[in-house]
Design a protein around this ligand. Sequence first.
Ligand code: AHG
Ligand code: MN
Ligand code: MN
Length: 341
Amino acid sequence: MNPKRKLITLDEFTIQETRQFPNATGELSALLRDIGLACKIINKQVLKAGLVDILGKHGATNVQGEEQMKLDIFANETLISVLQNSADCAGIASEENDNAVCFDDEYSANSKYVVLFDPLDGSSNIDVNAPIGTIFSIYRRVSPLGQPCTMEDFLQPGNKLMAAGYVIYGSSTMMVYATKLSVNGFTLEPSIGEFCLSHPNLKCPEKGKIYSINQGNTCKYDDGMKAFLNYCMESNKEEGRPYSHRYIGSMVADMHRTLIKGGIFMYPADKSNANGKLRLQYECNPMAFLMAAANGLASTGTGNVLDVVPTELHQRVPIYIGSKNLVEKALEFKHSAVNVG
Ligand code: AHG
Ligand code: MN
Ligand code: MN
């Protein structure tokens, strides 16, 4: 690489990085590039979201005679069509589809990977112009090559992930992805339409000072959770408490801050939702994998998120994720309350 050149594109970086894997064939880099392409198309549409009343709502027809789609449907269809065209994806599962889609053409039957995604995370934030995102996971399939992929390929635990990440459509658009080797962030350079390496080798600070949770649900949390929230709010100069509370309501945005600044993000179980709200395969596993590669931690409250063996595509799990010290502290409170109770 020319040492004078400052910009490294996503494509250049992934090719270099995946070379470090024995037997790497470049298929994973190609797949990451395809996901990047789909997200650039989604980004273009996200940038126009505020004009929806002028251009026409979901179901309306625009001046070119095209039907306007809701942004989450548009994001879903874009990812599916780009991945169906990709030479390296055998099938997909999406938060927006009831069932996995196994592509049945000859190329896909011989493709090594399946991709799972939340096409548009934080969609309730679209109306208020706050950050939203796309979350993706890549597994190597376990079913034999030469035939369509199977459900088994999609129900693998997070500790089998090959790569995972997200794209945040925020004040700038960024892709952050992890392999077991490292986590790296790429900012979209709009003038050349490329994601360029901007945040190499991201590590989540070990000690965080920000907690992130829908605190409006406190009356539904168990005693351990309530005690931990009180701990976060207590004044204690030695430890730098009280901590700050930040909650955007878009997991991608809350996780991006947690990764960079440190802290903890939680969506625990509560009285009405025994497994919390967030989906294991589309939200929790990819974020847990990324956090683990960045020296952070993710727990369901009873074990590591990455060790949960999924039994169904859309299952939910409680999650405590972020800086090691804060996740461990939250678990301490949770377990001591269980022991007392
Ligand atoms: P999605 O838009 O994909 O349905 O996900 C929304 C999720 C997640 O992004 C966020 O952390 C959480 O819902 C917020 O839930 P509450 O509004 O219950 O706090
Ligand atoms: Mn989501
Ligand atoms: Mn979604």
